[in-house]
Design a protein around this ligand. Structure first.
Ligand code: DAH
Length: 367
């Protein structure tokens, strides 16, 4: 017969030595499981004489209780240690300083669009939008750029493939052909067809042409302006552009030069140059020392007005179109257009605008 006291101290030592809950469970099975050592000892009670059982029974039961209790105590201790370990590793120190604020910044193009909306809102212009996937009719035909017009070729248009239909031959078929708009001018058509004049809108947005170098990207941004009312003349156009550019560049010495030009959708048409001078090797707008081309404009062609279902004898207007990326480059001193669309966070950190502190021209044109 195994010495029970010896067994007891052996099992209590083994239980105490269990380093984790899994090891403890192994000891429990080895001692108290079906095939366990203590269970085996309990089974011997059945084969003993009554006297022997009276003497050994309490000792064997005492052993079982001692081992059971020791296992329970060890389990509590291990669980407590595990809890403390987790509390220590998963602790969240609420006294630490918070993150340094939002990481993103406002892209210069978005900033300029906001500035333009603000300036033109002051002048009573609403913001109009149109889809970037446009049809041939609104992008070209309605703007007095017929099928055979060379301007279509100049626009390097991205057309959508027309599945399962032969290449369009007649004008009517072509009218439904879809493309990525090559300019924001189709928003003129959409607005005139949707709204009763008088109309005063700007339409900023994305435009697309198959072109790429330091000053051209396949996707770029334009802003279109359109005014339709009675008795509108070139003087209104010039005043509006001057007021807009002075507010945008935040300079009173902005000088414009209107050069006769040609656009199919305006008659007469004018290209607008802005005066600049050089300061420490950099272009600075203002004055009339040198000229640079800035935007296209003109009086809306009577055919375009008629194409939208309005009577050109009653309604006249002016329109202009301008590259937003170029406006941003001139105001904020960037020199490569492609960087606008590289998504390089370092460039944005340098040129971007704080997300929560967006500077706008809220002083306004009239201020
Ligand atoms: N749509 C022209 C372009 O992308 C720009 C333009 C010129 C727009 C004259 C106008 C305008 O509204 O009157 O080149």
């Amino acid at each position: 017969m195994a010495d029970i006291d010896e067994m007891k101290s052996e099992w209590l030592a083994r239980v105490d030595g269990a380093g984790d809950l899994a090891a403890l469970e192994q000891e429990r099975v080895a001692a108290l499981g079906k095939q366990g050592a203590v269970t085996g000892l309990l089974k011997t009670l059945g084969g003993m004489s009554p006297e022997q059982r009276q003497a050994e029974g309490p000792r064997i039961h005492g052993l079982r209780e001692a081992v059971t209790e020791a296992i329970a105590a060890r389990k509590r201790a291990l669980e407590q240690a595990e809890l403390e370990r987790r509390l220590a590793t998963e602790r969240l120190d609420l006294s630490l300083p918070t993150d340094a604020g939002p990481r993103g910044s406002v892209h210069p193009v978005s900033q300029v669009m906001d500035e333009l909306a603000e300036i033109f809102a002051d002048l009573g212009f609403a913001v109009a939008t149109g889809p970037e996937i446009e049809d041939d009719w609104r992008n070209f035909t309605a703007l007095n750029i017929p099928e055979t017009h060379p301007a279509r070729a100049m626009h390097d248009t991205f057309y959508f493939a027309q599945a399962e239909t032969p290449p369009p031959t007649s004008g009517r078929e072509r009218a439904t052909r879809m493309l990525l708009r090559t300019h924001t001018s189709p928003v003129q058509i959409r607005t005139m067809m949707d709204q009763e004049p008088p109309i005063r809108i700007i339409a900023p947005g994305r435009t697309y042409r198959s072109d790429s170098d330091a000053t051209h990207t396949p996707m770029f941004h334009q802003i279109e302006g359109l005014v339709i009312d009675r008795g509108i003349h070139l003087g209104h156009l010039k005043w509006t552009l001057e007021t807009f550019l002075k507010a945008y560049f935040e300079r009173d010495d902005i000088v414009l030069r209107l050069r006769p030009s040609y656009f199919p959708f305006t008659e007469p048409s004018a290209e607008v140059d802005v005066g600049y001078h050089m300061e420490k090797g950099r272009r600075v707008l203002g004055g009339s020392e040198k000229w640079m081309e800035l935007l296209g404009s003109g009086m809306v062609h009577p055919k375009v007005i008629a194409n939208c279902g309005l009577d050109p004898d009653e309604w006249q207007g002016f329109a202009f179109g301008c590259g937003i990326d170029r406006l941003a480059m001139l105001k904020y001193g960037m020199d490569d257009l492609r960087a606008f669309f590289d998504g390089d966070i370092r460039w944005l950190r340098h040129y971007g605008f704080a997300a929560l502190d967006v500077p706008t021209l809220s002083g306004g044109v009239g201020a």
